[in-house]
Unconditional design. Structure first.
Length: 144
């Protein structure tokens, strides 16, 4: 039975990449999102942004093997909130992720980390109405 070897190897690669990511920036990035989430929750009116920041912190901590999908129940309020988010914080976050990805892509070892940084752009630009799911779950649920 050779079928399980590829799955185990893929899991080991994801684990290794997540550990490298954690050491070389993921922990600090996640902490930044957590601090932003706490500030947003303290301000009460911005609690939805705080919850989105905590979701992004989770993704920033362990990105390999997970992906972003649209939440089908997201409505007009998510769209309005995302417009406000883009104007206040989203474009700054995108700029930060792009800059970091460019710096990481200079080395061969850093290329997967740069790709992970680029994967975070959609959720950092428009976090409301998004969900972070395991890659295998998104493939099964959305038929990709």
């Amino acid at each position: 039975m050779r079928g399980g070897g590829g799955v185990r190897q893929a899991g080991a690669v994801k684990l290794l990449l997540n550990l490298i990511w954690l050491v070389f920036g993921g922990l600090w990035l996640a902490l930044g999102y957590v601090v932003a989430g706490i500030i947003c929750c303290v301000l009460v009116v911005t609690i939805p942004f705080g919850i989105a920041s905590f979701r992004m912190a989770s993704y920033a901590l362990w990105p390999f093997g997970r992906t972003i999908v649209d939440r089908p129940t997201a409505g007009a309020m998510s769209t309005i909130g995302n417009v406000v988010w883009i104007l206040v914080a989203g474009w700054w976050l995108v700029l930060g992720h792009l800059t970091t990805a460019l710096a990481q892509a200079i080395t061969i070892v850093g290329i997967p980390l740069a790709i992970a940084n680029l994967k975070m752009i959609p959720v950092s630009l428009v976090p409301l109405g998004k969900e972070i799911v395991p890659t295998d779950r998104s493939l099964a649920a959305y038929g990709h």
